[in-house]
Design a binder for this molecule. Structure first.
Ligand code: ADP
Length: 485
């Protein structure tokens, strides 16, 4: 890095704790932070939503930036994240960002009709940084998901020396598709509206623009990087990703190891660590008490904390719940999402009140208590770019059962006899998306649960694993450095 700090601008549509709708918000907070700890000069660029303007103290760094097709000039403000670590640039543009509702949708869940303009303008400002037209001159512009997909396109069409671009995919399922007229809106050369460009079945795909024009592509786990090259997971972009697979890297997300620490977790009644595992069972008792499940000391308690959607494989779990219960296990499920799944779970809870507890809603406290109190954690996702709960589970000595897909495949090591012997097994993994395979995997886990010594070893193996952002951030640094060589 030639002694001077490598300069990275991290462009994102959300960042915890200012504004968050999902995993991208967590990454946008944690990764720049970890990069700064590694000595890089990483800074954020965000839209000036009300929540951002209210929570940061900001000063102006550039006024009167005219950006076609806006009528009014925008202002660029700067502040620091609430923890005082990462500098944040904020695009102040009241007509685009200062409104009630979420970052992508209004309060009734309808997409903002001007999202192409809202995120196109965010991308234009990022490109101004990338062209080295502003005070901060990043060497890398790190773009995230479709909202920032036009940045690599804008920079590609500017011939002069510029920042290199990295495009990160957090979830392929969202692509930012808009009508063809968007091209004219931003003055993108018409020839880019082609299969070799940002066209996607007659529309403009912001994500495809990013994936086509970026200097490098990353996604949030090595297996997801492979998965998205096939039709089952690629959402129509598998061909492009296959073509570009020499410039595609999968890097597993880290977790917030201070918020998720069984030895120091304000939501738990009993702290514990791998050296003090018996204290974990006190959290199991407390959880049963809270959820009004009988204290069946020998019965394994199986936890689930999830969005109740098809992606998470809840439809694989529902048909086998009676079979799981027949084995003597209890279940603690927390989630919200599709109404049909919510109703079916609640019916089962009514049918087996001493065996299953179902809590519908989003509940941070209970999610920690389930991670700590459960013996086993179920995560049979159909696809999973990275996934966090399986990592929380391992850190909490709660053995995950996962499907071999995306980040689950990369983080959980199956308890085969060989892996158990080598003391590397951390969970139970099954292959195929069907309930029968899931059930036999659950039965395999329950068999192990009865072998106390093996179980304890699985817990310790998982609890020793390093899921910190530090490790992931170092891999991003390698990507940046290779682009600047
Ligand atoms: P995804 O982002 O696809 O939902 P992840 O496993 O990457 O899946 O992250 C989900 C995060 O949201 C985890 O931190 C999980 O604990 C949390 N979560 C999901 N549903 C709930 C809920 N009902 N209550 C509390 N936390 C939840």
């Amino acid at each position: 890095m030639n002694g001077s700090k490598l300069r990275v601008l991290f462009v994102t549509s959300e960042a915890y704790p200012l504004v968050k709708t999902g995993g991208l918000g967590d990454v946008s907070y944690a990764l720049p932070n970890a990069l700064r700890q590694l000595g890089l000069d990483a800074r954020l660029l965000l839209p000036g939503y009300p929540a951002v303007l209210e929570q940061l103290s900001l000063v102006e760094v550039h006024e009167n930036i005219n950006l076609y097709p806006l009528q009014e000039p925008i202002r660029l403000l700067v502040g620091t994240m609430p923890d005082g670590i990462t500098p944040v640039y904020v695009v102040e543009c009241p007509e685009l960002y200062e409104r009630d509702g979420g970052p992508y949708q209004d309060s009734s869940g309808i997409e903002w009709p001007d999202n192409a303009l809202r995120f196109g303008i965010l991308s234009k400002v990022a490109a101004l940084f990338g062209d080295h037209n502003l005070l901060f001159k990043p060497q890398i512009i790190h773009c995230n998901d479709w909202q920032t997909g036009l940045v690599p396109a804008f920079l590609k069409f500017n011939a002069k020396p510029r920042a290199k671009t990295v495009m990160s995919i957090h979830n392929m399922a969202y692509q930012g598709l808009f009508g063809k007229e968007v091209i004219n809106l931003f003055g993108i050369p018409p020839e880019s509206f082609s299969i070799f460009g940002l066209e996607y079945y007659g529309k403009v795909s912001f994500l495809k623009a990013g994936l086509f024009y970026a200097d490098w592509i990353t996604t949030v786990s090595p297996t997801y990087a492979e998965d998205i090259q096939i039709a089952e997971y690629g959402c129509g972009l598998e061909g492009l990703l296959t073509q570009r697979n020499q410039q595609l890297t999968g890097i597993v997300n880290g977790i917030d190891t201070s918020a998720w620490d069984p030895n120091n977790d304000a939501y738990l009644s009993h702290a514990y660590s791998s050296k003090n595992l018996p204290a974990k069972s006190r959290n199991t008792q407390a959880l049963r008490r809270k959820l009004k499940l009988p204290q069946l000391k020998q019965a394994p308690l199986i936890g689930m904390v999830t969005r109740l959607t098809e992606q998470k494989g809840i439809d694989l779990v529902l048909p086998i719940i009676p079979d799981i219960i027949k084995t003597g296990a209890q279940m603690a499920i927390l989630g919200s999402g599709d109404e049909d799944f919510e109703n079916r779970l609640q019916e089962l809870a009514a049918l087996y009140p001493t065996k299953i507890s179902v809590t519908i809603g989003y509940n941070e406290e209970l999610s920690h208590q389930i991670e700590a109190g459960a013996n086993i954690f179920l995560m049979p996702s159909k696809f999973e770019p990275c996934g966090l709960n399986q990592m929380y589970s391992m850190r909490y000595g709660t053995i995950p059962i996962v499907r071999r897909t995306g980040g689950l495949a990369d983080t959980v090591i199956d308890a085969t006899p060989k892996n158990i012997k080598n003391k590397i097994a951390t969970g139970f993994v099954f292959e195929t998306k069907n309930s029968a395979e899931l059930l036999s995997c659950v039965q395999r886990a329950l068999q192990s649960f009865r072998e106390k010594k093996t179980w304890r070893q699985l817990q310790i193996n998982g609890m020793k694993r390093d899921f910190s952002w530090h490790t992931s951030a170092k891999q991003y640094v390698s990507v940046y450095e290779s682009l600047l060589e």
